[in-house]
Every structure is written in C-alpha cells, then in structure tokens.
Design a binder for this molecule. Structure first.
Ligand code: E4P
Length: 223
C-alpha cells in the first residue's frame, strides 16, 4: 500500500513530504474550501510543492456529465503533470468517466460506498476508486468493503487501484493494507500517528542512557 496526503495546504504538504514517503496529494471540495482561497492559486501552490511527477487528485463540482467533463478538462489542463480527476460514483459520474477515459484523462471515482459502485467504476475505465472507510463504518464495515472490492478486482483481473480514504485511527489503516488497498490518503496530522510508538521512544532512551554512560556527548551524534 502506498501513501497520499489528503490536504490542500501547500505548507502542510511540504512538511509531510520532508519526512514521509508519499506519492502525491488528494483534494476534494471540502478540503479546498478550508483554505478559503482562489482555486487556481491553491492548486498551483500544491503542484509547485510536489512537482509534476507526483499524483494530484482534484474533484469536479458540476453535477451532470457535460459539466463534469468540462470541469475535468479545465482541471487537468490547469494542474498538468500526473493528474487524476475525481468524479462522484453516480450515473453522471460514470458517464463522465467513460468520456474522460476516451480522451486519455486520468480518473478517480470517489465517494465509493459499495462493491458494485467499485466494479462499475472499474468497468468504466477508472484508474482509482476511493472507498470512504470511516464514513462507511457509520452504516457498515469500511474495512470489509475494501476487502470485497480487492477480491472482486483480483477475481476479474481488473487493474483499477483502490485508494482508501476517510480514517479515524491507525488500526483502520493497517486493516485496509491487509485487505488489499493499493493506496491510502490521510490528512497531514495523521502521519505522526502512524510512525509514533511509545516502545520506540523507550528503546531510543535506553540507547542514549547506555551510550552516554561511557562516551561523551557530541552535538553531531557518533563523531
Ligand atoms: C475524500 O476525498 C476524503 O478523503 C474523505 O472524505 C475524508 O473523509 P473524512 O471526512 O471522514 O476524514
């Protein structure tokens, strides 16, 4: 499973990328609206931080196929580089997905809450599907949803990637990795939770205590 950053804040994204091995950024209208700025400026500042090779997922706002395709083309043109346009998993989104794939534009079908939505998205040519794990936990089992999608894709040799979204705890993250999620997207603050463990801190403290009992402290470390 590979990691993406669920954020539209360029400074936060830059900080995460300094420390964590992520493949790109996902946004959605809610995440963009939190920045309270001009859409183009926000998208450009993210692209500047991540470069052209990293994935960038950005979502349409239109609610019919025609408008979605127009939004998608404008976003793809403007963002450039390795870009995927997020479309909602409904009939208009499915139709728009087929149109965009004819034109070679990358697509992520989002707000996936059932295996059938994921199967239809894959058959329509989507590059990614984004099941919402924690949100689905309110009415069902988000990890199981990811597992079922993975099983169906494997069974029929479908190459659409699963990009799991919406998490509340580290356990859910590990569970979707085991269930077969190809990618996961997490808000910047979540990354500290993934790497932190009290036993690691304890082990490091033990090394320090033993080392400095014998050797002098050097500001550079060993030498
Ligand atoms: C999808 O684009 C988002 O990652 C998802 O909606 C976030 O879900 P949350 O609001 O449960 O964190």
């Amino acid at each position: 499973m590979k990691y993406l950053i669920d954020s539209a804040n360029a400074a936060d994204i830059k900080k995460v990328l300094e420390y964590f091995p992520c493949e790109g950024v996902t946004t959605n209208p809610t995440i963009i609206s939190r920045e309270k700025g001009d859409l183009k400026n926000i998208l450009k500042s993210i692209r500047n931080v991540i470069g052209d090779d990293m994935q960038m997922h950005a979502q349409v706002m239109a609610d019919d196929c025609y408008g979605m395709v127009e939004d998608a083309k404008a976003l793809a043109d403007f963002i450039g580089g390795n870009v995927y346009i997020k479309l909602p998993a409904n009939p208009e989104g499915l139709k728009a997905c087929r149109e965009l794939k004819k034109e070679g534009i990358g697509v992520t079908m989002t707000a996936i809450f059932s295996p059938q939505q994921a199967l239809l998205a894959a058959r329509a040519g989507a590059d990614f599907v984004a099941p919402y794990v924690n949100k689905y936990d309110d009415v069902g089992d988000g990890v199981r949803l990811v597992g079922e999608i993975a099983q169906i894709y494997a069974q029929f040799g479908l190459e659409t990637k699963i990009l799991s979204a919406s998490f509340r705890n580290v356990e859910q993250v590990t569970s979707v990795a085991l269930a077969g999620s190809d990618f996961i997207t997490l808000p910047p603050a979540f990354y500290e939770k993934l790497i932190w463990h009290p036993m690691t801190d304890l082990a490091v403290k033990g090394f320090e205590k033993d080392w400095y009992t014998v050797y002098e402290k050097s500001p550079k470390g060993l030498i």
